[in-house]
Write a protein that binds this ligand. Sequence first.
Ligand SMILES: Nc1ncnc2c1ncn2[C@@H]1O[C@H](COP(=O)(O)OP(=O)(O)O)[C@@H](O)[C@H]1O
Ligand SMILES: [Mg+2]
Length: 432
Amino acid sequence: MGFIKEYGKKNSIIMIVDDNPAHVQLLSAILQEEGYEIYPVLNGKIALETGQLHPPDLILLDINMSEMNGFEVCKAFKSDLRLVEIPIIFISAAVETADKLKAFQEGGVDYITEPFQPLEVLARVKTHLSLANAKTELRANNEALETIMEKLNLAQSHLIQSEKMSTLGLLTAGIAHELNNPLNFISGSVQGLRKTVSPIEKLIKLCEFLLHSPNLEGKEKLQEWIEKNQPADLLETINELVKNACFGAERVSEIVQGLRIFSRLDEAEIKRIDLHENIDSALLLLRNRYKEIIKIIKNYGPFTTWFCQPGKLNQVFMNLFSNSIDAIFSKKELTQNENITITTRIEERDSSPWAIIEISDTGIGMSDNVIKHLFQPFFTTKDVGKGVGLGLAIAHGIILDHRGTIEVKSSLNKGSFFRILLPHREFKGEGE
Ligand SMILES: Nc1ncnc2c1ncn2[C@@H]1O[C@H](COP(=O)(O)OP(=O)(O)O)[C@@H](O)[C@H]1O
Ligand SMILES: [Mg+2]
């Protein structure tokens, strides 16, 4: 009984398959004495049927049976996935060496010969039951270990990414801050310049007017100067340059604003923010990658603000847009119609509102196999150095943290479609 207690199994079940009732009776008596539960079976066919209905923990199997011999029964057990792990000990009147070999080849773990010695039978049965138990435990431990490894991988990927992104967040926040002062300076100067041009323009007009006055002293000199310097052309150039400088300053100002919004990365708390503003800031920062080639089509719905973690959502938008850009530039041939389309709206689901953000692209699309692994950390189809396979794993995690969902539709060579659904959340102390 010691062993049975040790392994926490009160009644290990042993099936005895033998067409000789005297053998079955004898073995049953030996084993029952020790507390095992016995299934006595007189032929192979019934053994299989019983095994399938109530799998035993161990089988004692006679080799020489009239209908189906022990080897055949063993083969049948080993070909059934649910029964393959049950240890089978062959029993026989006298086992020839060839039979012993065959017993092991067919998947048996041991054999017992007649006349049966109770102590030997018990010792072998105990050993193999304990081995089988240890195997099962090992397998369970392995599975648990694999699950832990998967979790560890995911946690590690989150860490890497959030570490990377928070550094990036700090960096962009720093740059935005530092750029702000000189930028204000430039913008102010350009505006000032624009204002100064207007009196100069008037002065030139005045000079031209004076040229027509009959008694102006030094008229020739003025004439000469005007012909040499062409002030009207100069003025046009100045105007053009000022216009360009204004445009440039506005662009830089937009980028700085984008960087500021984007660098909310370290803002982990939940806030009511303008989702469209966040989407725009991610797009702005990627502009040099999509250039003039990819058109950004925005079908924004009327809503603007939503409760979420702004910095985290920026990562999601950034990752999705970045993937779409990669997917479009991976095409063999680009057309005039390459685009990333962003559609937003509010939808009632389960009688509460959800923000829906859909991002579709005209990229290379994905095979079913890629879709299957899409959100796994470190899954990438990109070359080393181009992708690490964390973007979507992270995005998925962030959306789950928002209690939202992310859906994908895609087919190869037809582009991809991602839909993010964010539930409405009210938080105490937070308001508009
Ligand atoms: N919009 C998309 N179009 C086509 N394939 C995509 C798209 N988004 C993601 N994928 C596929 O999913 C993989 C994983 O994406 P991601 O997790 O962002 O990692 P990475 O971009 O570093 O490869 C990509 O390598 C790519 O094969
Ligand atoms: Mg990516």
